[in-house]
Design a protein around this ligand. Structure first.
Ligand SMILES: CC1=C(CCC(=O)O)c2cc3nc(cc4[nH]c(cc5[nH]c(cc1n2)c(C)c5CCC(=O)O)c(CCC(=O)O)c4C)C(CCC(=O)O)=C3C
Ligand SMILES: [Fe+2]
Length: 375
């Protein structure tokens, strides 16, 4: 963790997330916000709407973000860090533009931004930077002074993100029957994205099969699997698989799907599996539906014992990691040398997304990167 305690030049932290519906009446307008201009088939939307209605039209994501806000404030206070924390979303209230306007009214001028996505990809990184640019443009049109916004680096390999995941896997393994535990497979899961989006994820120098998106997930999966082996003495076989695919069937997306993988595990005699959703920071609807409902039903049908391990959520170690990332970046912005925590083999990710990092299919201004029109 960083030894620095000075948040300057930052005067606030913004938690930037996806947003989700909070009741049945919110579901359709929320899905309209998500899919505006994104060409998702109507059939898929109806299906996804059903997932939300199954849970009373309430996504768990907002509750998790409120808990994370509390954890961040508690952590900052305990560490003597006097920095206000705000929350804004891409697709639902509190909307990013409204939050940013409030921050400007409160006098915030240099804002560190943490997104609830740990990895590189258009959906997990650049799209949030586009949302920041849109929000800044809206404030500019209102004649407001524009704050500077800096996005904190990807944290898939930060110990404060990895360690709670390892602990979750250990708990899931412990929960399996003694007779199947030792042979249990670890199925690390993340959101499937189009192959083309994966291949172009991260800086241009690393574009190619799977890009930074797959590389980063493999690095986290290997780090977690190694830590589990070191702590249990058992080398559980593992694989990175995907979930929550959408889009037209003829367009290739990352595979295999978790359900196909469970079938394969069963067919090849695996005695049990733990599903480890490393692609999600908290228990999103994708985790509740695609893993806890659909994949768990699939496993039951196969007679394959499965568990789903915990996401990081509002774990105090994650809150401390956010503080570490913020203080690390603050030191960098001041030109002070600082320690940059990272496990695995890839090292700490870049601070500033270079031009052509996770390119979009259509031209859209993006803030907090080398190609930002707002510097
Ligand atoms: C990589 C990735 C993350 C992880 C990074 C991050 O966390 O940001 C993520 C998160 C999330 N995605 C979410 C919900 C949805 N994503 C959709 C659509 C899509 N996601 C994609 C990718 C990702 N998505 C993609 C390539 C599409 C296809 C169309 C498009 O490019 O836009 C759709 C439309 C219907 C459908 O296609 O399923 C919905 C409703 C929620 C909220 C969940 C809740 O309520 O708890 C969250 C956190
Ligand atoms: Fe999504």
């Amino acid at each position: 963790m960083s030894d620095q305690h000075d948040p300057a030049p930052y005067d606030a932290l913004l938690l930037l997330s996806f947003g989700g519906p909070e009741g049945p009446d919110d579901v359709v307008p929320f899905l309209e916000n998500v899919t505006r201009g994104r060409g998702i088939p109507k059939e898929r939307l109806k299906e996804v709407g059903q997932h939300y209605f199954l849970f009373g039209g309430v996504s768990p994501i907002n509750g998790h973000n409120r808990a994370l806000l509390d954890a961040l404030r508690t952590d900052f206070t305990a560490a003597g860090l006097d920095l206000p924390v705000y929350w804004g979303n891409r697709n639902w209230a509190p909307y990013l533009t409204d939050t940013l306007r409030k921050m400007v009214h409160d006098g915030r001028r240099h804002i560190a931004v943490l997104t609830t996505s740990a990895y590189a990809s258009y959906s997990g990184c650049r799209q949030y930077r586009e949302n920041l640019a849109d929000a800044l443009a809206a404030l500019e049109a209102e004649g407001l002074p524009l704050p500077r916004v800096d996005k904190l680096r990807h944290y898939f390999n930060h110990p404060g993100f990895v360690e709670p995941v390892v602990e979750g896997v250990l708990a899931s393994l412990a929960d399996l029957d003694d007779t199947v535990r030792a042979g249990a497979h670890l199925a690390f899961t993340t959101h499937s994205i189009p192959d083309s989006a994966a291949d172009s994820s991260g800086p241009a120098a690393g574009h190619g099969s799977g890009g930074a998106y797959v590389r980063q997930h493999l690095d986290t999966a290997r780090t977690v699997a190694d830590a589990v082996r070191d702590r249990t003495g058992t080398a559980h076989p593992w694989k990175l698989v995907y979930q929550s695919r959408s889009g037209a069937p003829h367009i290739p997306w990352l595979e295999p799907d978790i359900c196909d993988h469970l079938e394969e595990l069963h067919a090849t005699g695996a005695p049990a599996a733990v599903m480890v959703p490393i692609g999600f920071v908290s228990d999103h609807m994708e985790v509740l539906y695609d893993l806890d409902t659909e994949a768990t039903a699939k496993a039951a049908e196969l007679g394959l014992p499965v568990r789903r391990s915990a996401t990081v959520g509002a774990d105090p170690r994650f809150a401390a990691a956010v503080r570490d990332l913020l203080l690390e970046r603050a030191a960098t912005e001041r030109g002070t040398p600082t320690r940059r925590c990272a496990l695995g083999t890839l090292g700490p990710s870049h601070d500033l997304c270079p031009i052509d990092c996770c390119p979009a299919r259509t031209d859209h201004p993006a803030a907090a990167g080398a190609d930002s029109p707002y510097s």
